[in-house]
Design a protein around this ligand. Sequence first.
Ligand code: NAD
Ligand code: ISE
Length: 336
Amino acid sequence: RTLGVAVIGTGRMGADHVRRIEQVVSGARVSAVVDVDAERAKSAAALAEDCAVHTDPAAAMASPDVDAVVVASPGPAHEAALLAAFAHGLPVLCEKPLTPDAASALRVLRAEQDVGRRLVQVGFMRRWDAEYRKLKSLLDTGQLGRPLMLHNRHRNVASPPGWTSDMLINDSVTHEMDVTRWLLGQEITAVTVLTPTPSGNAPDGVRDPQFVVFETDGGAVVDVEIFVNCGFGYQVQAEVVCEGGTARVGDGHALVTHAAGRWGGTVAQDYIERFADAYDREVQAWVDATRRGEVTGPSTWDGYAVAAVCEAAVRSLEDGGRVAVDLAERPALYAP
Ligand code: NAD
Ligand code: ISE
């Protein structure tokens, strides 16, 4: 039957997921929306047919019309929503981060183990981006040999109001943490964060940009430039350097024009534009798997591992130097 989805949190991502489930994805409909801001929930509900409006996630999850849940509230609200979904045995697509810190992520990991089966797909959507998928397939063939280094650039036009230095790590570099683990199939074991004198365009007190270095248990070294007030566009690029060659994605060469003595293209302005196709594939894959009774994609373990790396990175940002990642043992439920 058509999957009835409750979307919890109907801000920027949540409203976009409501539109996507209603208009792009097949096999699902939005049967309920939830937001602590009732007006926001009502306007998101207007995008769907026959959709209940709630301000309390638990009320939505108790409805017989709800078969699965999308969590798109802010990170600090994720743990409560996930635990409520577990109590109802409902599969969840949870926007990143799984939770805001490693201790709460570990609680969620333990709670899912108590349920005894996977229920969560974490919203690390880059795994569905066409270019990243090509890069992953190429690396998996082994044609380029062993990956030695991975260079990443992650630039946003401007940080939203209220951003702090640690949010560059907890909100943005989380994606490179997941991409590194996924592309290389390795865990991140240590992090070093270096900060140049901040850009004059960074809000007062925000250390932007940052240069983040990961070491992995496979002996690779990974760097991430995160620059969230670059001003000119939304850019996400990655280049893997292997023993036998390099491979690179994110140059944005989909359309190149030549006119009036110049050549060039355009730069995306935000993630909704840059990763539109990836979000569509991510949600479709989640709906398809859920309807088959399966849970695939980035797991609670992946969400927890990223939270553990974030914790080390924020310590390096605050105290300086190299910080080892403290990772719990990987439970059998999440065997690779
Ligand atoms: P937002 O602030 O635009 O929207 C969040 C909404 O949740 C608001 O409408 C707010 O009223 C509501 N809310 C707050 N507490 C709630 C609760 N307890 N229950 C229900 N609703 C609640 O935020 P956003 O930018 O849409 O981000 C939402 C989530 O999506 C975050 O986890 C964020 O990290 C993630 N995100 C992911 C990507 C990506 O590329 N995958 C991009 C942006 C944001
Ligand atoms: C945002 O929350 C995202 O997840 C985007 O993908 C990322 O590029 C941005 O920096 C974050 O703030």
